[in-house]
Design a binder for this molecule. Sequence first.
Ligand code: XMP
Length: 598
Amino acid sequence: MDKIAVLDFGGQYAHLIANRVRRLNVFSEIFEGDTPAEKLREFKGIILSGGPQSVYDEDSLKCDPGILELGVPLLGICYGHQALAYVQGAKVEPADFREYGLAEMKITKAKGLFDGLNPTEIVWMSHGDSVKELPPGYEVIGESPGENAAIANFEKNFYGVQFHLEVTHTAAGMKMLNNFLNLCNVKREWKIDDFIAAEMELVRKKVGKKKVFMMVSGGVDSTVAFALLEKALGPDRVFGLFVDTGFLRLNERTEVEEALKSLGFNNLHVRDASKRYFEALQDRYDPEAKRKIIGDLFVKAQAEIVEELKLNPEEWLLGQGTIYPDTIETGGTKYAAKIKTHHNRVEQIEKLMKEGKVIEPLAQLYKDEVREVGMKLGLPEKLVWRHPFPGPGLAVRCLCIQEAVPVEHQSTLEKNINEEVAKFGLQGKVLPIQSVGVQGDFRTYRHPLVLMGASDFKTLGKLATKLINQFQEINRVIWLQHPNKIESVKVQNSYLTRERIKLLQQADAKVNEFMEKHSLSRQIWQFPTVLIPVSINRENGEAIVLRPVCSEEAMTANFYEMDLKLLKNLTEEIMTVPGITAVFYDVTNKPPGTIEWE
Ligand code: XMP
């Protein structure tokens, strides 16, 4: 079988590249960045991924110069581009012009990698270093404001691009990758059916005579994983456990139970553990602490059921619907920074994984592929296309706080921000709370900036990118919908309580009904509704942030640009929920904001 090798230099990139290569029906295999060339002889081409390091750091990962002699096309992306240039003797140094976000690239040679492209293309950059001079035999094929955005040695079919062609922000990225695969002359043989068949075989091998105890949530990933395991092992050997954490959506427990039962999953247990969850979380506000407690309690619920039903733990493996982004965001690969701990990647689970007691048939896939597997396995479209919902549920959409977090140098910061935004008829205010974001592959925990005034999404989107790059104190921008102006902001200590979750459930239900009514659920990839402990212009109360995003695989996302009339209606709907004092709309892309606030 023809294959492409992807060299992994850390972060999320190598797997995303592999996902994109699969979409073009080509097999690929991922290797550590410094894998000896000898091991890569059978591959038809090599792609070097991005990564968070600097090639001029002594201990950074370097590629084996031997890959230059294999006689196959090479493509270096971001760090991979720098690593490739470096082993060919070019200088790589901190960039004079660092680029984060979208950049315009002028194509100067529309052939090879850039065959058939437009004279200018929008590309997505995220780099602090640059290739300062061309390696011998190379020429520039694309120019952006930074140095050497894209270079090629046409004779050898070696290419280097400073931007990330694998992310959806780079509109022509798939076209470029397709061109590269053409240059590699690789056969297009990969099919999702082959993946399913191979994975079922692997499952049978790994499980042997044992059985699988599967944690299900009713979400896409765990249901597809459950179906695949059942198909591979037969219904008697797969046991499902659905834990009601208390952080589900309104009526979700009944809906999930009914949906799974109607699919014929009869081996399903439901456990209401909400009391325990609320107790364990009653005084917690730190997002990571919350995530850890929630993940640990999942494992505990599983262990208890094993004991109650007198199942022999030696005969059971724990099944999970983990997909690739869950692993990478938890910092689960060698060079990836921890962004947030996913519930299926807490320490206890990692311990079980080391003991070989966990099975995750979808762990290499991204959401788009999981959906494809689901459809192939015959699951109903409605279920396969459910919006992703995080394992910790509404708990990570309900911001908790011990006390207001003062914004450093607030008046100077707001003065500087207001100088910028006044040009667009807007006003800015920084809130004394924090949320999680991701910048340059690292986690941030910073303040949201509120923009007030009439505007449009193009202006707001551009401003959000610019302001977050410019002001270190903020990592999100939200647009005030109601009221018109902020006169006062009150923040009270707030934790996870049944009352707050009930409030959030009501607002969230309004959002979901609204999405259904206006048939928005395919255009919007995921629509978190976030409760923040901020009372606007009133003594008491809370506020809601709407966070609809468009994405393909959750690693990057754009905020959704909702029709303004619809947004007005939705805001009015939400303001009918008692206790809500304000509605905001999140206009931050990912990066720099994550999709969820915690
Ligand atoms: P972020 O917020 O990191 O989220 O941009 C990326 C995607 O992952 C989902 N998410 C989770 N899914 N367990 C899950 O199964 C978790 O602990 C978890 N945390 C975030 C999130 O909803 C989004 O789709």
